[in-house]
Design a protein around this ligand. Structure first.
Ligand code: HEC
Ligand code: HEC
Length: 222
Protein backbone atom coordinates (compact mmCIF):
# COMPACT_ATOMS: atom_id res chain seq x y z
CA UNK A 1 0.00 0.00 0.00
CA UNK A 2 2.97 2.34 0.45
CA UNK A 3 2.60 5.38 -1.82
CA UNK A 4 -0.82 4.22 -2.94
CA UNK A 5 -4.30 5.36 -2.18
CA UNK A 6 -5.99 3.45 0.62
CA UNK A 7 -9.54 2.79 -0.49
CA UNK A 8 -10.52 1.75 3.04
CA UNK A 9 -10.05 5.24 4.41
CA UNK A 10 -13.05 7.32 3.38
CA UNK A 11 -12.18 11.01 3.21
CA UNK A 12 -8.45 10.43 2.93
CA UNK A 13 -8.76 11.36 -0.75
CA UNK A 14 -5.71 12.03 -2.89
CA UNK A 15 -3.82 13.33 0.18
CA UNK A 16 -2.95 9.85 1.23
CA UNK A 17 -0.59 9.50 -1.72
CA UNK A 18 0.65 13.07 -1.52
CA UNK A 19 1.77 12.69 2.08
CA UNK A 20 4.14 9.97 0.96
CA UNK A 21 5.59 12.20 -1.73
CA UNK A 22 6.03 15.12 0.69
CA UNK A 23 7.57 12.86 3.31
CA UNK A 24 10.04 11.58 0.76
CA UNK A 25 10.97 15.08 -0.37
CA UNK A 26 11.46 16.14 3.24
CA UNK A 27 14.14 13.46 3.58
CA UNK A 28 15.73 14.61 0.36
CA UNK A 29 15.83 18.19 1.62
CA UNK A 30 17.29 17.24 4.99
CA UNK A 31 19.96 15.19 3.29
CA UNK A 32 20.96 17.94 0.82
CA UNK A 33 24.74 18.28 1.28
CA UNK A 34 24.96 21.96 0.27
CA UNK A 35 22.79 22.94 3.20
CA UNK A 36 25.15 21.77 5.89
CA UNK A 37 26.33 24.59 8.15
CA UNK A 38 24.01 27.49 7.28
CA UNK A 39 22.42 28.77 4.13
CA UNK A 40 23.92 31.64 2.17
CA UNK A 41 25.37 35.01 3.16
CA UNK A 42 22.78 37.77 3.59
CA UNK A 43 25.25 40.64 2.95
CA UNK A 44 26.68 39.02 -0.17
CA UNK A 45 23.09 38.40 -1.27
CA UNK A 46 22.21 42.07 -0.82
CA UNK A 47 24.90 43.08 -3.35
CA UNK A 48 24.01 40.32 -5.77
CA UNK A 49 20.32 41.30 -5.58
CA UNK A 50 20.98 44.73 -7.13
CA UNK A 51 20.34 43.37 -10.63
CA UNK A 52 17.02 41.91 -9.45
CA UNK A 53 15.73 45.16 -7.91
CA UNK A 54 14.25 46.76 -11.06
CA UNK A 55 11.73 43.92 -11.27
CA UNK A 56 11.44 42.46 -7.76
CA UNK A 57 11.98 45.67 -5.73
CA UNK A 58 15.10 46.52 -3.68
CA UNK A 59 13.72 44.76 -0.59
CA UNK A 60 12.04 41.95 -2.53
CA UNK A 61 8.62 43.61 -2.49
CA UNK A 62 7.63 43.90 -6.14
CA UNK A 63 5.22 46.65 -7.18
CA UNK A 64 4.42 44.97 -10.53
CA UNK A 65 1.38 42.64 -10.32
CA UNK A 66 2.91 40.02 -12.67
CA UNK A 67 6.26 39.92 -10.85
CA UNK A 68 6.33 37.93 -7.58
CA UNK A 69 7.50 39.41 -4.30
CA UNK A 70 10.42 37.47 -2.86
CA UNK A 71 10.59 39.07 0.62
CA UNK A 72 10.14 36.58 3.42
CA UNK A 73 10.24 33.50 1.15
CA UNK A 74 11.75 30.39 2.72
CA UNK A 75 15.34 30.32 1.42
CA UNK A 76 15.05 26.75 0.18
CA UNK A 77 12.08 27.70 -1.98
CA UNK A 78 13.93 30.62 -3.65
CA UNK A 79 17.04 28.50 -4.11
CA UNK A 80 15.20 25.60 -5.76
CA UNK A 81 13.23 27.91 -8.07
CA UNK A 82 16.46 29.59 -9.23
CA UNK A 83 17.85 26.13 -10.00
CA UNK A 84 14.66 25.20 -11.89
CA UNK A 85 14.92 28.41 -13.97
CA UNK A 86 18.60 27.75 -14.71
CA UNK A 87 17.90 24.18 -15.78
CA UNK A 88 15.02 25.55 -17.87
CA UNK A 89 12.56 23.26 -16.15
CA UNK A 90 10.66 26.39 -15.10
CA UNK A 91 10.34 28.57 -18.18
CA UNK A 92 10.37 32.39 -18.03
CA UNK A 93 11.73 34.68 -20.74
CA UNK A 94 12.47 37.34 -18.12
CA UNK A 95 14.22 35.07 -15.61
CA UNK A 96 16.24 32.94 -18.06
CA UNK A 97 18.95 35.54 -18.88
CA UNK A 98 19.26 36.57 -15.21
CA UNK A 99 19.96 33.09 -13.85
CA UNK A 100 22.18 31.81 -16.67
CA UNK A 101 25.47 32.78 -15.02
CA UNK A 102 24.54 32.36 -11.34
CA UNK A 103 26.58 29.89 -9.29
CA UNK A 104 24.97 27.79 -6.57
CA UNK A 105 26.63 30.02 -3.99
CA UNK A 106 25.07 33.11 -5.67
CA UNK A 107 21.66 31.42 -5.51
CA UNK A 108 22.05 30.60 -1.82
CA UNK A 109 23.20 34.13 -0.98
CA UNK A 110 20.25 35.63 -2.89
CA UNK A 111 17.84 33.23 -1.19
CA UNK A 112 19.25 34.10 2.24
CA UNK A 113 18.93 37.84 1.53
CA UNK A 114 15.30 37.70 0.41
CA UNK A 115 14.30 35.36 3.26
CA UNK A 116 15.09 38.00 5.89
CA UNK A 117 13.35 40.90 4.10
CA UNK A 118 9.98 41.95 5.53
CA UNK A 119 6.94 41.33 3.31
CA UNK A 120 4.96 44.52 2.59
CA UNK A 121 1.50 44.87 4.14
CA UNK A 122 -0.92 43.80 1.38
CA UNK A 123 -3.98 45.80 0.29
CA UNK A 124 -7.40 44.73 1.65
CA UNK A 125 -9.42 42.45 -0.67
CA UNK A 126 -11.19 44.31 -3.48
CA UNK A 127 -14.06 41.83 -3.19
CA UNK A 128 -14.47 40.61 0.43
CA UNK A 129 -17.17 38.05 -0.49
CA UNK A 130 -14.84 36.47 -3.06
CA UNK A 131 -12.00 36.47 -0.53
CA UNK A 132 -14.26 34.65 1.94
CA UNK A 133 -14.91 31.96 -0.70
CA UNK A 134 -11.13 31.74 -1.09
CA UNK A 135 -10.63 31.36 2.65
CA UNK A 136 -13.03 28.40 2.71
CA UNK A 137 -11.31 26.82 -0.30
CA UNK A 138 -7.95 27.02 1.49
CA UNK A 139 -9.49 25.05 4.38
CA UNK A 140 -11.27 22.57 2.09
CA UNK A 141 -8.09 21.82 0.11
CA UNK A 142 -5.74 21.84 3.12
CA UNK A 143 -3.43 24.36 1.42
CA UNK A 144 -2.06 25.30 4.84
CA UNK A 145 -1.03 21.74 5.62
CA UNK A 146 1.90 22.31 3.24
CA UNK A 147 2.13 26.11 2.99
CA UNK A 148 2.07 26.35 6.83
CA UNK A 149 -0.47 28.10 9.09
CA UNK A 150 -1.09 31.62 7.82
CA UNK A 151 0.24 30.50 4.40
CA UNK A 152 3.68 31.92 5.27
CA UNK A 153 5.58 29.04 3.66
CA UNK A 154 8.14 26.59 5.02
CA UNK A 155 11.17 24.64 3.73
CA UNK A 156 10.80 24.30 -0.07
CA UNK A 157 7.17 25.51 -0.02
CA UNK A 158 6.47 29.18 -0.81
CA UNK A 159 4.78 31.93 1.13
CA UNK A 160 1.44 32.71 -0.54
CA UNK A 161 0.20 35.29 1.98
CA UNK A 162 0.36 38.78 0.48
CA UNK A 163 1.62 37.61 -2.92
CA UNK A 164 0.26 39.55 -5.95
CA UNK A 165 -3.20 38.54 -7.19
CA UNK A 166 -2.27 38.51 -10.91
CA UNK A 167 0.85 36.43 -10.28
CA UNK A 168 -1.03 33.86 -8.15
CA UNK A 169 -3.78 33.44 -10.78
CA UNK A 170 -1.18 32.92 -13.54
CA UNK A 171 0.74 30.34 -11.52
CA UNK A 172 -2.30 28.30 -10.45
CA UNK A 173 -3.50 28.21 -14.07
CA UNK A 174 -0.01 27.20 -15.20
CA UNK A 175 0.09 24.26 -12.77
CA UNK A 176 -3.39 23.21 -13.88
CA UNK A 177 -2.48 23.28 -17.59
CA UNK A 178 0.95 21.82 -16.77
CA UNK A 179 2.83 24.77 -18.22
CA UNK A 180 4.69 25.18 -14.92
CA UNK A 181 6.73 22.15 -13.91
CA UNK A 182 6.87 21.92 -10.14
CA UNK A 183 9.50 20.52 -7.86
CA UNK A 184 7.71 17.39 -6.72
CA UNK A 185 4.48 17.28 -8.76
CA UNK A 186 2.18 18.02 -5.82
CA UNK A 187 0.97 21.41 -7.10
CA UNK A 188 0.08 19.92 -10.48
CA UNK A 189 -2.14 17.43 -8.60
CA UNK A 190 -3.57 20.12 -6.28
CA UNK A 191 -4.51 22.44 -9.17
CA UNK A 192 -6.36 19.88 -11.30
CA UNK A 193 -9.82 20.10 -9.64
CA UNK A 194 -9.77 23.92 -9.30
CA UNK A 195 -12.12 25.88 -11.56
CA UNK A 196 -11.24 29.30 -12.92
CA UNK A 197 -13.58 30.96 -10.40
CA UNK A 198 -12.01 28.99 -7.55
CA UNK A 199 -8.51 30.00 -8.66
CA UNK A 200 -9.59 33.65 -8.67
CA UNK A 201 -11.22 33.35 -5.24
CA UNK A 202 -8.11 31.68 -3.79
CA UNK A 203 -5.89 34.42 -5.23
CA UNK A 204 -8.21 37.14 -3.92
CA UNK A 205 -7.93 35.74 -0.40
CA UNK A 206 -4.19 34.98 -0.46
CA UNK A 207 -3.26 38.37 -1.95
CA UNK A 208 -4.97 40.18 0.93
CA UNK A 209 -3.51 38.03 3.71
CA UNK A 210 -0.81 39.76 5.80
CA UNK A 211 2.40 37.73 5.92
CA UNK A 212 4.08 37.44 9.24
CA UNK A 213 1.83 39.63 11.36
CA UNK A 214 1.97 37.77 14.67
CA UNK A 215 2.60 34.49 12.87
CA UNK A 216 5.54 32.20 13.41
CA UNK A 217 7.99 32.30 10.51
CA UNK A 218 10.10 29.24 11.20
CA UNK A 219 12.37 29.75 8.19
CA UNK A 220 13.71 33.09 9.42
CA UNK A 221 14.81 31.63 12.75
CA UNK A 222 18.50 31.12 12.25
C1 HEC B 1 13.33 41.64 -16.06
C2 HEC B 1 12.64 41.43 -14.81
C3 HEC B 1 13.26 40.44 -13.81
C4 HEC B 1 14.54 40.47 -13.30
C5 HEC B 1 15.68 41.43 -13.60
C6 HEC B 1 14.58 39.38 -12.33
N1 HEC B 1 13.36 38.72 -12.28
FE1 HEC B 1 12.91 37.15 -11.10
N2 HEC B 1 11.06 37.01 -11.97
C7 HEC B 1 10.58 37.86 -12.94
C8 HEC B 1 9.28 37.40 -13.40
C9 HEC B 1 8.39 38.04 -14.45
C10 HEC B 1 9.00 36.23 -12.64
C11 HEC B 1 7.76 35.33 -12.75
C12 HEC B 1 8.10 34.25 -13.75
C13 HEC B 1 6.92 33.33 -14.00
O1 HEC B 1 5.86 33.82 -14.40
O2 HEC B 1 7.07 32.12 -13.79
C14 HEC B 1 10.13 36.04 -11.75
C15 HEC B 1 10.23 34.99 -10.83
C16 HEC B 1 11.26 34.84 -9.94
C17 HEC B 1 11.31 33.84 -8.89
C18 HEC B 1 10.22 32.83 -8.57
C19 HEC B 1 9.42 33.37 -7.40
C20 HEC B 1 8.26 32.51 -6.98
O3 HEC B 1 7.48 32.95 -6.12
O4 HEC B 1 8.12 31.40 -7.50
C21 HEC B 1 12.49 34.00 -8.23
C22 HEC B 1 12.99 33.18 -7.05
C23 HEC B 1 13.18 35.10 -8.85
N3 HEC B 1 12.41 35.59 -9.88
C24 HEC B 1 14.41 35.57 -8.43
C25 HEC B 1 15.13 36.57 -9.10
C26 HEC B 1 16.47 36.95 -8.75
C27 HEC B 1 17.26 36.39 -7.59
C28 HEC B 1 16.85 37.91 -9.64
C29 HEC B 1 18.19 38.62 -9.75
C30 HEC B 1 19.38 37.76 -9.78
C31 HEC B 1 15.72 38.14 -10.54
N4 HEC B 1 14.70 37.29 -10.17
C32 HEC B 1 15.69 39.06 -11.56
C33 HEC B 1 11.22 38.99 -13.44
C34 HEC B 1 12.53 39.35 -13.18
C1 HEC C 1 1.01 18.64 -0.66
C2 HEC C 1 1.60 19.95 -0.41
C3 HEC C 1 0.89 21.15 -1.01
C4 HEC C 1 -0.46 21.48 -0.92
C5 HEC C 1 -1.57 20.73 -0.24
C6 HEC C 1 -0.58 22.74 -1.60
N1 HEC C 1 0.63 23.17 -2.07
FE1 HEC C 1 0.97 24.85 -3.19
N2 HEC C 1 2.94 24.35 -3.35
C7 HEC C 1 3.52 23.22 -2.84
C8 HEC C 1 4.90 23.13 -3.30
C9 HEC C 1 5.88 22.03 -2.98
C10 HEC C 1 5.11 24.26 -4.11
C11 HEC C 1 6.37 24.61 -4.91
C12 HEC C 1 6.17 23.91 -6.26
C13 HEC C 1 7.12 24.29 -7.35
O1 HEC C 1 8.28 23.93 -7.30
O2 HEC C 1 6.66 24.93 -8.32
C14 HEC C 1 3.85 25.01 -4.13
C15 HEC C 1 3.66 26.19 -4.85
C16 HEC C 1 2.47 26.89 -4.90
C17 HEC C 1 2.28 28.14 -5.63
C18 HEC C 1 3.32 28.91 -6.41
C19 HEC C 1 3.69 30.15 -5.60
C20 HEC C 1 4.80 30.97 -6.19
O3 HEC C 1 5.34 31.83 -5.47
O4 HEC C 1 5.14 30.79 -7.37
C21 HEC C 1 0.97 28.50 -5.46
C22 HEC C 1 0.27 29.72 -6.03
C23 HEC C 1 0.36 27.49 -4.61
N3 HEC C 1 1.30 26.53 -4.29
C24 HEC C 1 -0.95 27.53 -4.17
C25 HEC C 1 -1.57 26.51 -3.44
C26 HEC C 1 -2.98 26.51 -3.10
C27 HEC C 1 -3.95 27.62 -3.43
C28 HEC C 1 -3.23 25.34 -2.43
C29 HEC C 1 -4.55 24.79 -1.97
C30 HEC C 1 -5.63 24.80 -2.99
C31 HEC C 1 -1.96 24.63 -2.35
N4 HEC C 1 -0.98 25.38 -2.96
C32 HEC C 1 -1.79 23.41 -1.74
C33 HEC C 1 2.91 22.28 -2.01
C34 HEC C 1 1.55 22.23 -1.73
Amino acid sequence: MAGGRDERQPGAGPWYGIKWIVGGLGLLVVGFPLLAGGFGDVEAGRRKAEVCAPCHGADGNSTTPEVPSLAGQPPLYTYYQLLLFQQQQRVSAQMAPVVASLSRQDMQDLAAYYAVQTPAVPPPPRDPAKAEVGRRLVKAHYCDSCHAPGLVGQKHIPRLAGQHYAYLVTQLRAYKTQQRTDLDGTMTIVAQPLSNEEIEALAEYLASLPAGAGLPRPHTAR
